[in-house]
Design a protein around this ligand. Sequence first.
Ligand code: PEP
Ligand code: MG
Length: 590
Amino acid sequence: MTFSLHGLPVARGVAIGRAVLMASSRVEVAHYFIKPERIASEIDRLRSGRNAVIDELHRLQLSVAQMGPNDAPHELSAMLDVHLMLLQDEALTSGVKHWITDRLYNAEWALTTQLEIIARQFDEMEDEYLRERKADLEQVVERILRYMKGVASPVAPPTTPRRKTQQDLLLDDTVDVPLVLIAHDLSPADMLQFKQSVFAGFVTDVGGKTSHTAIVARSMDIPAVVGARAASQVVRQDDWVIIDGDAGVVIVDPSAIILAEYGFKQRQGELERERLARLRHTPAITLDGERIELLANIEMPDDAPGAFKAGAAGVGLFRSEFLFMGRQGHLPDEEEQYQAYRRAVLGMEGLPVTIRTVDVGADKPLDRATKDEAHLNPALGLRAIRWSLADPAMFRTQLRAILRAAVHGPVNLLIPMLAHGSEIRQTLSLIDFARAELDNRGVAHGAVHLGAMIEVPAAALMVRMFLRYFDFLSIGTNDLIQYTLAIDRADESVAHLYDPLHPAVLRLLADTIAECRAQGKGVSVCGEMAGDVQFTRLLLGLGLRSFSMHPAQILAVKQEVLRADAGKLAAWAQQVLSTEDPAALLLAKG
Ligand code: PEP
Ligand code: MG
């Protein structure tokens, strides 16, 4: 039966595919297809993992038997019995084999897929004791996954997500259909892993429009919906699903008519992309001759060549924290970071690269399993520059790596979330210290332009002070909106109040841009507003001439720029600034 779910649109376009429910396993699981000739060896890999766990549990059983009744509680041996029974259960083993043999999933993916199916059956059980066995099953599967982690698959994961049209789907309903991921939540580290994966779109129960999960989805340029509440509860493994990333709608088990309608929309989207692609080499100049700089936001060094190809004039924001995530606490050392920044610089072929120092914390935990539950308000806590200044040795390591990369091309060094003069001074002296360390070691380093992000209202109100220290400013509207309006950007329950057009937000933006221009200093916006075409004219009217966004958004924003008259927009923007309801004026203009 067809039904729909509503969430927040975060990444454009339509995806149609079969649902893959992400199991709540705490072990990272790769998702890729294997070649048919690998089926037997993949099943073998799984069998060895399972047998290793069975052996381990048998050994544990033996040692429990050797303990006295006071040392080994009865529950322990009962739990081992249950785990052994679950491991040998036919529903688990035959189900997993099905996903490997018929769908060509790699073994870990097959195992977690089957886990999700059985876990739901447990959830539906009347008997409370049986219902609670779900946790045992999850533990057993996790043990197998951990064993298998040491036994890598012989097949490399494919690197591109697959986009298929509805026409393809009707012709081909076997193994080679697009897959869409449905999960309760995905951390930015999970998302990064999915950059290498096979999914054509995704849906999460939680998350806001500018949560980092949504941002990574946008950077992958695949349709996505977040904040779809109960999606992971009501969608079943393998259901057909349409994700409408423009409207924020998820349609489950669509009828043939709905499929045809969305197939049409999908083709329209493809045509629009092809049309925009023709603008790639057109300079971004307004009708009245203002040259506009369109820069790229990237997460990994290997995103740089894509940004260059998309026609970016440089990288306006390299979110370096993605190099630090998912590493179980082993942070990248100076050499590894240097190589990564160098790759990004070389990938941009002489265009400037703005490397932002690490911005972890809040909804960007270092590891997916370490969501910050220890602090009541992680977004107001030890994140971004505060985190860096709390560990000066780690910070200097990053600074040295960035300064070294500046030998290979123009680099801007950007500091996130500054609010205090003391933080600025501490940061600058650590940069000097890092330079001196490199000099002492006789290691080459290059000059950098220094920039600060304006993300906290306190910073926006103190722009003059900031400009005494920095060469340029970059406005992080995602956080500036969050902190000005006191709205958690990752919380879907207050997403309706997260308003880029709130007069207070616009006032901070306008004043920051105006002050930078008055002093002849560079200013750009690198939050999600910069890549959203509904705000392009307003930002131009406020005097912004540098926008940084996901490479996939550059051409659509360029189209807006080409149609704009910056002079006329300046007068209109002043009206927008003075009204109580800027959204109404914005709509009237459109
Ligand atoms: C911002 O806050 O607007 C920004 C660009 O930084 P991030 O989204 O990574 O917090
Ligand atoms: Mg930010």
